[in-house]
Each structure stands twice: as C-alpha cells, then as structure tokens.
Ligand binder design. Structure first.
Ligand SMILES: Cc1cc2nc3c(=O)[nH]c(=O)nc-3n(C[C@H](O)[C@H](O)[C@H](O)COP(=O)(O)O)c2cc1C
Ligand code: SF4
Ligand code: FES
Length: 544
C-alpha cells in the first residue's frame, strides 16, 4: 500500500459513514459486554430493520465509552446522546426516539450527561479513538488518520529525529516507573546494529486496573502503529505483544488487527515501499503478576519460567535472546502516534514540569462514577475523586484513594489537593503505577486493605529470593494477627522492620514494593493499627 491508497481508503470509509444520517455506537468492550452489550447491539440492529431505517441508520460496535460503571452504553451520533444501562428491551424506544418527533420517554434508558465533570475534565489523547471507531475494522482506523504517522516517519524522518521528538515531548513510561521514553529508545538505538526487538507490555496485573485492556480492545491498530514507529526508531524489525490470557477479547482484536495490517502491507516487509520491515506476534501469558516485570516477561516470551533476573544488564542492552530489546507499556505506545502527529511541543505543553501529557486511570471502588478517565497530568486528586468520580455514594465520606495497586499506597483525603504527577505521588509515599485508582470510604479498614495487597503479593511472589518468598508470608500473617486483635506493640515494630527488610533485600520490583501498602497505611492511619493491638498490650503487658 502507498500513501495515495491509504488516503483513498480513509476517504471511502468516511464517505460510507456519511451516507448514514445516524450512527448508533454500542460499546462492545469487555465491561459493557458483561452487562449485555452484545444483546443490546443485536436488538438495535433488529429494531432498525423493523423501522425500515437501514438506509439512514447504522448500528456499529465501538470500544470503551469510558463510563464503564453505567454499561451497557450506547451513543447516538451526530447528537452525542448517551444512553446508560441500556438493555435489549430499550432498543425499539431508542430507535423510535431517533425520528425527532415528540419523544415518548417510555422504554427509553437513562440519558447520560456529556457535560458532567466525569467527561468535561477529561482530555482524551490515548483514548481519542476509543468509543468512536469499530476496533475490528482497519478501515475505521484509517478513516481517522491511522497509519499516516508511520508513513510520515518512514518517509520524512530519520530514526534519530523520531527519538529526539519523543524525548522532547517529555513522555515517560506509563508502566509504573516513569522512565523517560526517549532515553530508553536512544539506549536501544545506540546498541550495535543487528537483531533487536520491540515488546509491548500488556500484562496489566494490578487488581482494579483495566486501562491497558481497554486500549487494546478499543484501538488495537494504535498500538501496532506505535510499535512500528518504535521499531523504525531503534532499528528493530520484530515486535511482540505480551498479553495475559485473561484478556481474550483484547487478544482476539489484536490478532484481527495484525491480520488486517498484514493484508494491507502496513506490517511485513518493505512497508510503504521503504526498506523498513516490521512484524508483530502475540505472546499470551498465563496471568502471573510477576511476568509484567520486564526481565520475567522476557523469560516468559523465551519459553522459560517467568522469573525475574538481576539488572544490569537492562533489556535495552540485553533482552530477548540476549538482543537489545525495547520494552514499553501499552499506554506509552498509545501516546506515540499523537506525539508524532501534533509535535513534541504540543505534547510538552500538557501536564506539569516533569510529567507531561495525560494519564489514563481506572477509577473504581467506593465512588459514584466508575470507569476510565484520561486527565492531564497535574489534575488534582480531588478533581478526580470528588468532581469526576462524584464522591462516595449515599453521601458517604471519602477516606483515601489507593494508586499504584500492590506496589503503591494510599493518598488520604487531606492530601486531595495534590496534583497528580510522578514526583508528587512519590512524595506522598505512593506512586502513579499503571493507573489503578481505588476510592475508599470511611468504613474501609486500612489494615484490611494492607492485608488484601499482601495476600496478593504473597500469592504472586515467584519464590526465587527469600526476602520476598518468606517475607510476604510473614507480613501477611502479622497483618492477620492485627485483624484478629492478637497483635502486640512488639508486632507493630516487627511489621515495620520486616517491611523495610523485604523492601531493601528483594531482587525485583515485586518484592521491593510489596510492603508499600503497609508502610503507607502505617504512615497515615497508624491509629487503626494501634486500635487493633490487644488490650493487654495496651496496658503495658507486652509479650514478645
Ligand atoms: C511486579 C511487576 C509487575 C509489572 N507489571 C507491569 C505491567 O503489567 N505492565 C507494564 O507495562 N509494566 C509493568 N511493570 C513494569 C515493567 O517492568 C517495565 O518497567 C515497563 O513495562 C516499561 O515500560 P514503560 O517504560 O513504557 O513504562 C511491572 C513491574 C513489576 C516489578
Ligand atoms: S522479589 Fe519476589 S517476585 Fe521478585 S524475584 Fe524475588 S521472589 Fe521473585
Ligand atoms: S466497557 Fe463500555 S463504557 Fe467502558
């Protein structure tokens, strides 16, 4: 395919869509499918046929419309009417309401408010196509400009220029660590010519996190295009997407997207008649959290047990089969196309001094509005939890929000005016993580929360090193002792000492960060630990 053919294909698709007056967009991402979205879509198609509206109305499946907690969601274009909690039974009423005549509200689902801060405070860059295009049709991706940035870099930029553009944008890795993406690309590029790889880390194992899954389900070609641009920049001709088996829809859509891109020669040999070849394969992981850690992920792709290994050497120098390997998170790669398209200055103008662009969060827990939000870096926690999330249901009180999953910590309500960026979250004793944001209300036991995450880490520890293998078990048991009200003050000291020991002596990030939820809850909610200490101990009769 050449540029002319690409542009023509996009135009044909836009013309096809323009023939219809109305486009009914049904969310068919995993969240809404679990709320009956497939039946909703079928019923809407049937109702369109019954009303004889096939010539003017199109019902199409799209990716996540972001208000996942109110699924199944349906949006009507061009008026952007959003219907929430739609069932198959609502279909005839939705279709009859299209006529614009005096609307009979009977049978119509609740209408969402697009002006609500949940949407109004968002800035969709990563999610710009999510909920708009059918992720299973490459034509729709091409109709919104898809693969034009790949053409642009291949024809008009040197690999060095691409890396400089990414570096200048200030993009940092969204997989948790926040490592500067341009610097990582430059390291791989500098390695001697030869076999190199690009890996997309789609392992996403944090409890409560579903940002990457949603991006893959909603806009898979965006990731393929981002990976191909990365491959060109660093000199790699092969890419792997490592995705967990628990994400079958993401895998299906990725497979379909790869086939389509290959069919139109947007992946494969001599892309756009250049000298650049790039192929992508999927590797399905069995769902171990530790396999998201980059060295374990490499071992898993190589067919070995997914155990981490010490670094250095870093994967950028010696990764897959000891070749230089660029590993980036799904959301990091989803940022590449807009940065190339709009320019690094534009991207760097969004966010805070050291954290540029936007961040996608999966907002869940004790909060009225749950779903996916994409906000500029620097948005305050209060805006996210109280304005966008609408606070706690039934006028409850927010106690804290947990970010960074099992590796992170909690932000108590008194710090809600903190702007969300990498550094300020670290200062609070938590981390950005991959983007889970779980809201907790006044009835939440923070010791219970700490034990929940420790139970998770205990189960997910690969067992390779003693501090993590044994330490997570001991920490879990100590926390249980508190919750059983059997703990003493000496146990509190032991909990702290063991947490620091596990942090300082574990081999990989899983063990290093596993005690974070304990340390964070101890920092802000130590009274909850004290309250659970057995009365004898409180009276000074400490037994060790
Ligand atoms: C226990 C553990 C689990 C991780 N899981 C993920 C994951 O699911 N997805 C991810 O992108 N990074 C994960 N990471 C971070 C990766 O090791 C790596 O830093 C990241 O994929 C690099 O991409 P980025 O620079 O784009 O952030 C994990 C790290 C640890 C220690
Ligand atoms: S820290 Fe835990 S997960 Fe990491 S290598 Fe050691 S035992 Fe395995
Ligand atoms: S899954 Fe449907 S709105 Fe997110």
């Amino acid at each position: 395919m050449d540029l002319q053919e690409l542009l023509e294909m996009g135009k044909q698709e836009r013309d096809r869509q323009d023939l219809k007056q109305t486009r009914i967009r049904c969310c068919t991402a995993a969240g809404c499918l679990s709320s009956g979205a497939a039946a909703v879509k079928n019923s809407l198609e049937a109702a369109v046929t019954v009303a004889n509206l096939e010539d003017s109305v199109e019902v199409c499946g799209v990716g996540c419309l972001r208000f996942c907690g109110r699924g199944a969601l349906v949006e009507i274009d061009p008026h952007r009417i959003l219907y929430e909690e739609v069932t198959a039974e609502n279909a005839p009423a939705i279709i009859s309401a299209l006529s614009g005549e005096e609307r009979n509200q009977e049978g119509l689902p609740v209408q969402g408010d697009r002006q609500h801060p949940f949407f109004a405070l968002q800035m969709p860059i990563v999610l710009e196509n999510s909920g708009k295009i059918d992720p299973e049709r490459i034509e729709e991706y091409i109709a919104v400009g898809g693969y034009q940035q790949l053409h642009h870099v291949l024809m008009e930029m040197t690999p060095q220029e691409v890396i400089e553009e990414i570096a200048k944008s200030g993009l940092r890795g969204r997989g948790g660590g926040g490592y500067p993406t341009g610097l990582k690309w430059a390291t791989v590029a500098k390695m001697p010519k030869g076999q190199k790889y690009v890996v997309c880390n789609a392992d996403e194992g944090d409890p409560g996190a579903f940002m990457d899954r949603s991006v893959l389900e909603s806009d898979p070609h965006r990731i393929l295009e981002g990976m191909a641009i990365a491959g060109y920049a660093v000199g790699a001709n092969y890419g792997y997407i490592y995705v967990r088996a628990e994400y079958p829809l993401a895998i299906k859509r990725l497979e379909k997207a790869i086939q389509q891109a290959k069919k139109y020669e947007l992946l494969g040999s001599q892309i756009f008649d250049s000298t650049f070849d790039f192929k992508i394969d999927i590797r399905v992981g069995a769902g171990a959290f530790v396999c998201g850690e980059e060295t374990a992920l490499i071992a898993s792709i190589e067919g070995k047990r997914g155990n981490p290994r010490p670094r250095p050497p870093y994967p950028a120098e010696s990764g897959l089969w000891e070749c230089p390997t660029l590993i980036n998170n799904v959301e990091t790669l989803a940022n590449i196309v807009p940065i190339i398209r709009e320019g690094s200055d534009w991207y760097a103008s969004i966010g805070t001094e050291n954290s540029k662009g936007t961040k996608v969060f999966a907002l869940t827990g004790k909060v009225c509005n749950t779903g996916l939000i994409e906000v500029p870096m620097g948005t305050t926690v209060r805006q996210i939890v109280e304005e966008m999330g609408g606070g706690v249901p039934d006028s409850g009180t927010v106690k804290a929000v947990q970010t960074g999953g099992p590796s992170g910590g909690c932000i108590p309500a008194e710090f809600f005016d903190t702007p969300v960026d990498y550094e300020s979250l670290l200062k609070l004793g938590t981390m950005m993580g991959s983007g889970g944001a779980i809201v907790m209300d006044e009835n939440t036991s923070m010791v219970e929360i700490a034990r929940f995450y420790m139970e998770f880490c205990r189960g997910e520890s690969c067992g390779k090193c003693v501090p993590c293998r044994a330490g997570t078990v001991q920490l879990y048991e100590l926390l249980s002792k508190f919750l059983d009200q059997q703990a003493t003050h000496a146990d509190l000291e032991k909990l702290k000492a063991l947490s620091y020991m596990v942090k300082e002596t574990s081999l990989c990030g899983l063990g290093i960060s596993a005690p974070n939820p304990i340390l964070s809850t101890l920092r802000y909610f130590s009274e909850e630990y004290e309250e659970l200490i057995q009365q004898d101990s409180l009276n000074g009769k400490v037994t060790v």
